[in-house]
Design a protein around this ligand. Sequence first.
Ligand code: DGL
Length: 350
Amino acid sequence: MKHIKLLAAIALALCISFSAVAKPKIRIIATGGTIAGVSSTSASSAYTAGQVGIQTLIDAVPQMLYLADISGEQLVNIGSQDMNDEVWLKLAKRVNQLLNEEGYDGVVITHGTDTMEETAYFLNLTVHSEKPVILAGSMRPSNAISADGPANLYNAVAAAVSPACKGQGVLCCMNNQLLDAKSVIKSHTIDCDTFEGGHYGVIGYVYNGEAHILQKVTTKHTVSSVFSVEKLDRLPKVGIVYGYANCSPLPMQAFVDAQYDGIVLAGVGDGNFYKDVFDVAVKAQNSGIQIVRSSRCPSGPTCLNSEVDDDKYHFVASLDLNPQKARILLMLALTKTHDWQEIQEFYKEY
Ligand code: DGL
């Protein structure tokens, strides 16, 4: 009898060790957000983001352990409306370290949804690995009725272990969908299906613990990006000005007076701006502040030399990037060049 028990124990140990050896190593980096939020009552929409730690998030989804060898770390615990350059630089450097130096097979980042699209795009340009980097969050706090965080986190790990997600750049995994960093946008203030795929649509989905990629990302990212943050401890200052009828030039003038390095305009229509704002923009460009025209429209490109003669004024058109992502590309572009034509090429490639 003793021999049988010993053999059973050895067999179990071998199964566990084999299964542990066979599973991909996935690191979950927590930054806060609603996925880590807690509401006063589970039926309440009143809650505070960034309250629950990474181990609690992992412990709430034990099914993940069948998919991967999971470990976690807490970078920050903030609402993503407070996401900032310092966290972005730390996060990009840490992801590169995990994937290129510490042998992880993929990284999942839990993040608030408010600025998830921005962090995803920033990492898309600064992470230098083909391994999957997947952002996940939630629209309902961790203790809400039908909280969506656990399923989103499980699906994000399923995507992170999926060979299909390699080489697709940084992806967001929300509501069973996989969305690429360049086009993903938060489109609704409260709905769980808030994330949309913009110009390129949803590139895939996760179901029953498996990721399916339906279309390939064609623009430059990750290993084909020329941008690096490894030697940076700060980013260029770039602001965004919102355009509207009879728009005041004061916000743009304030960025000029504060000696910003670049200004993105969320213009009306095809990136147009009110005449008083236009005059300030021309002076700003001539003083060495790069102007990028983008649009407040939720979809469609901001076209080069269409209603505005960009070549004449040395403005840059954001093409397929919305204002918040045009700002990110301009910040990184300004770490490489201040030449408006070279910057415009980056908008054609990334
Ligand atoms: N404070 C918002 C954030 O952290 C909550 C939105 C969310 O995470 O879903 O982005």
